[in-house]
Design a protein around this ligand. Sequence first.
Ligand code: GLN
Length: 318
Amino acid sequence: MTHDATTAPRWTREELQAAFAQGYEIGRAATARGKVADYIPELAKADPGAFGLYMLKPDGETLSFGDAETRFSIQSICKVIILAAALKLRGFNETFSHVMMEPSGDAFNSILKLDTRSNLPFNPMINAGAIETVSLLLPDLGFEDMLACARELCLDPSVTLNEAVYNSEAQTGYRNRAIAYLLKSKGVMSADPEQTVDLYFRLCSLSVSARSLAGLGLVIANDGIDPFTGRILIDPEHVRTIQSIMFTCGMYDYSGKFSVNVGVPSKSGVGGGIVCAAKGPMGIGLYGPALDSFGNSCGAVKAMVHISQALRLHVFEY
Ligand code: GLN
């Protein structure tokens, strides 16, 4: 392995294999400390002991451990796809005239500062910011367009809508509706709040696997280019913006500590997934529905701490 500041790190197959195999074991053992999300019955059904890990490189090299093909709902990780789509459709200036790019220091579904301190949501990775960003997609893009976008960015044509999760989200999403109506009342949102939350609920309910998240992570880590077709899926300037916001805001209220300890642009969801856009470049997708108190997969966080240290993946480490 080289640590030359001018070249990307390179690992032998054995080094990669060892780091991921150990990370997988550490992560799987840590699942016992977490609890699956239960705000909707569909998520409560997940097996708390499930754990999967998938790594994908542009040369097609892969590593797969455990429940890497199990499907689960993408939940908050869709916020990355929403941001990419909004930047493409509306551009940087218009997008960031509707949402800021500051860590909030509050829970992902908090409404507090939005009402008392600022009209604009703090960043696109919290619910208020993602809901506002979804509103920017309407009326030009609907669910089918966004499903196509998700399939493309995840390098996975099998991404589908989990209807049961969607129905549960739609039936119980009062806080998200409150956020949308608050944004509307402040004149920040132009779209219809009901249509906006409906698209947001559908996008949270996309069914992915650790493997799909590795695809998404790879596209982001590879400057927005699908390495297998050469197509530019996200403008490189937008990729830099997305990675910066994932780095500072992607792991809920644990984002600071995760950036220090892992140092890889990542985003998690309460379905138990984490997407990581790592050096190499490589995409890493993780799945472990047992969550810690911040809402991040316990096992996936522990696995990433180990993998990042073993392969020197921290963005500030050369
Ligand atoms: N559907 C969830 C919500 O909007 C997503 C939350 C999450 O993954 N943090 O509350």
